[in-house]
Design a protein around this ligand. Structure first.
Ligand SMILES: [Zn+2]
Length: 168
């Protein structure tokens, strides 16, 4: 078993960011919403979130899908990256399931895989955080991409692992 280190892996998220996520989730429900995370990976492989970028005004919020304002988010990411002198990088994204559980949908697996295998995202191990209304509002779950591929835009193999999370 080589899972011991993986099982100990923690996602550190500022309580203020979590509170902002819940506030946004409440504001947009029953539609989905979300955002992007910036931060860094510690020497012990823990993932440390330091900044959150909101969905942006041109984001598309629907009942079972959410598309962020990518142009806006990329600009924000660049600013944060340069202001931190390259220490703060893109970590991944979060979104809500206002009518469901934290389980990844097929589309979520495709999105996560696409980020993980696309060199331009500069993140081979993106995280995905889901805030769900079930079993209780708002339940948070975090996963990290391990490996995967997409065939013919339809079929996806996505291996990911669960991360523990701690508020700081
Ligand atoms: Zn989803």
């Amino acid at each position: 078993m080589n899972d011991k280190k993986m099982n100990c892996q923690n996602l550190w998220i500022p309580k203020s960011i979590f509170d902002a996520m819940v506030e946004e989730a409440e504001k947009k429900k029953p539609l989905e919403t979300g955002g992007a995370f910036m931060g860094y990976v510690a020497d012990n492989h823990d993932v440390i979130i330091t900044d959150m970028i909101d969905a942006g005004v041109n984001a598309i919020h629907k009942k079972i899908s959410f598309t962020p304002d990518q142009e806006y988010q990329l600009k924000e990411m660049e600013d944060i990256y340069y202001n931190s002198e390259g220490m703060t990088n893109y970590l991944g994204d979060w979104h809500t399931h206002p009518n469901g559980t934290t389980n990844l949908s097929l589309k979520d697996k495709k999105t996560l895989t696409r980020i993980g295998i696309t060199p331009e995202s500069q993140n081979s191990y993106p995280i995905m955080v889901i805030l769900a209304s079930q079993p209780s509002e708002w339940t948070m779950s975090a996963v990290q991409f391990v490996s995967g591929y997409i065939c013919l835009r339809a079929f996806v193999v996505c291996k990911y692992k669960q991360l523990l999370h701690t508020f700081y």
